[in-house]
Every structure is written in C-alpha cells, then in structure tokens.
Design a protein around this ligand. Structure first.
Ligand code: WQD
Length: 339
C-alpha cells in the first residue's frame, strides 16, 4: 500500500499525518478545499520533509465528481479521511452544515472507493461518540450514550454507515475508525500547527492566542462541575502522537482484509481545564488572563481514554506529554506572530 489519498490533508491533524506518512515511505495525495486550513502549510510540509512535490487537489470532497477525479488520475491504494468540521460548540449553531459536510463527505468517498476497488480506509472519528460517560477511562466497548452535540452525532452516524457498509457481503471494506480525544500541540519543528480561522473554538489555541496578546481573556466554560477544581476533564494528546497512529493503522490494515475496528487515541489520563492553563503558564513562563464563565452547551464533565486496545493491536502508544504539547503549541504561536 503506497499511494494514500488524504482528505483534509492540509488541516491540523492531516498536515501532521502527511509528515509521518512521508517519513514512513508512503506517497500521500492531498484533497483539501482549504475551508479550515491555509495553503502555506503545503510549502511547510515540503520543506519539513524535503519533498519537492506533494500532490494536491483543491476541491470540496462532498462533490462526487471532485473525488472521482482523484481516483481516476491517481492509483489510490488507501484513504485517510480527515475532512470534516470538528468543533463541538460551533456544531450547535451550524447543525445542518455539520451533518451535510461530515456525513456526505464520507458517503461520497465510500462510493468512489467502491467504484475504484479501493478497500483500505482510516476514518477520523471522535471520543464524542461516547456521549456523557458515567465513568472514565472509556474503552471502545464502553456503553455508548447518545452524543451530546451535533458534531458528535455526525461522527456516530459515520461510524454506523461504516458498520452497515461492512456487513454488505459485496463490500471488501477494510477500515479502522480512530476515536480522537483532544488533539493539541504542534510539530516540534514549529513549522506546522493548529490554525483556527477566526476565534478558536478549542481550549489550547485560545490559551496560546491569549498569552500572545491576540485575545483579551480566556473564558473557562464552567467552574462548578463535579471535579476536583470544578472544571471539565479531558484527555489531551499530542497531535504528532495522533498522526503516528494513522500510519500504524495503515500498516495494520495492509496485512489484513475485511476488517472494521475502532481504536481510542488518547493519553489515558484526564486533565482539568484549570490544570492545562496552569501547566501552560509554567512551560511558557507566560501568564494567561482568564475568568470563569458559564458552562458551554454540549460539554461533558469528564472523558478520557482507555487506550489498551491501540497499544496492543496497533503497537502504538503516546510519546509526548501534556507539557511537551503545550510547549510546542506555544512555540508555534510565537512563530506565527513573527510571520
Ligand atoms: C476542551 C475543554 C471546554 C475553550 C475536542 C474537539 C473535538 C473532539 C473532542 C476530536 C472543555 C473548555 C474550551 C475555551 C474553555 N476531538 N474550553 N474555554 O470540546 O473537548 O472537543 O475534543 O474529534 O473535535 O473539538 O475540546 O478544546 O473545545 O474544550 O473553557 O475557550 O476546554 O469547556 O471543557 P472538546 P475543546
């Protein structure tokens, strides 16, 4: 398996995965409409990996003719499907856009894969499919409550589509669904990282932009949760660790057929919002101006991963710490400021 179509390959996790694919000798082909990413990242990827050329198709992957064009022009051996909207909070104000984009892009992709006899797929799923879990760590078999946001529901529907499609006896789908917890940080080189367009929805870019003086003040959404310090717990995982897991998934699929497996991608521990803020202040030696505000709709109190399955089956585990991720996120923010 060599030629990998990477939808959303210019995005946050996508771009870091392109680096790891190239490092492992794969040939990634990027399909991205740059709705949530910027073109200069492509040049950064070339300079980071020493590649003179990285194939790029600029198009919307909910339009079948766009996706078919890639399959007709390239000999695709496998697909990593990142392209989706991904902000829990934002999905409440744009539910139709989230469902249209996230679900249609998958069904269009599966049709094109079927028409071109491409079976291998790594799907970008999410811990939000677990809903408001009573307990953590959550394993892949955890009783899944209903997702608490339109975003989480789009991911649950996509997983259901993959499950239904895999039971079609004519299907040769060979897929992995990776349930990300909270990807944060940036490449240690400081050359690529998270690029939220507009005010960040996610915690860490909001912290780094506040520390850099681009935002007035961070609002911590809720200080009255049933946790030690009253703020929500999440499982923050370095984006490079997440990227490496995608390559490990392709390697795993290459030795198999007709698989459909889900894997949690997290650090295996829960950190509170306040702890992340304090840890950031420590590693960056920079104060973060914040206040405790109202809870945000759709937030669950606590969720963090049991990653034993990915550790064992994919022979993958995290290498970076929360401190590393926050340090790399800060370095990336400082580099952006210099641009
Ligand atoms: C984290 C915590 C907020 C912003 C993310 C991804 C989603 C999925 C799951 C992959 C929460 C608090 C945030 C702010 C805050 N990952 N917060 N002030 O909602 O856990 O979802 O992980 O699929 O794609 O978005 O991440 O960073 O938005 O929030 O207090 O300005 O930080 O309330 O407790 P979330 P997040």
């Amino acid at each position: 398996m060599k030629n990998i179509l990477v939808t959303g390959g210019a995005g946050f996790i996508g771009s870091h995965t392109i680096v790891e694919l190239l490092n492992k000798g794969y040939n990634p082909i990027i399909l991205d409409n740059f709705s949530n990413s910027e073109k200069f990242i492509i040049d950064r990827l070339k300079s980071l990996t020493g590649k003179k050329e990285i194939k790029l198709y600029e198009a919307d992957c909910t339009v079948k003719s766009n996706v078919l064009k890639v399959f007709e022009n390239e000999k695709i051996d496998g697909v990593i499907h990142f392209a989706a909207f991904k902000a829990v909070g934002e999905s409440f104000s744009k539910p139709l856009e989230y469902h249209k984009n996230n679900v249609n892009s998958l069904t269009v992709l599966l049709e094109c894969m079927k028409e071109h006899n491409v079976d291998n797929l790594v799907f970008s799923s999410s811990c939000t499919v677990y809903g408001d879990t009573e307990h953590s760590p959550v394993s892949e078999e955890s009783v899944k409550n209903k997702p608490t946001s339109p975003y989480g529901r789009t991911k649950a529907y996509c997983e259901a589509i993959l499950n239904d499609y895999s039971t079609d006896e004519k299907s040769k789908l060979n897929a992995v669904m990776l349930r990300y917890f909270n990807p944060i940080g940036a490449h240690p080189s400081g050359e690529i990282g998270e690029l939220p367009l507009g005010p960040p929805n996610n915690l860490v870019p909001y912290i780094t932009q506040t520390a850099a003086g681009l935002r007035e003040e961070l609002t911590i959404f809720g200080g009255d949760y049933k946790t030690d310090d009253g703020t929500c717990l999440r499982d923050y995982i370095h984006v490079v660790d997440v990227a490496v897991a995608h390559v490990a998934s392709l390697d795993w699929l290459a030795e198999r057929s007709n698989e459909l497996e889900s894997f949690n991608l997290g650090s295996g521990k829960g950190d509170s919002v306040l702890h992340v803020v304090k840890t950031f202040e420590k590693v960056s030696n920079t104060k973060v101006n914040y206040k405790i505000g109202e809870r945000r709709i759709g937030d669950v109190t606590t969720v963090y991963a049991d990653c034993a399955k990915a550790n064992k089956v994919l022979n993958w585990k995290t290498k970076f710490s929360l401190e590393d991720a926050l340090q790399h996120a800060w370095q990336w923010q400082l580099n952006l400021k210099k641009q």
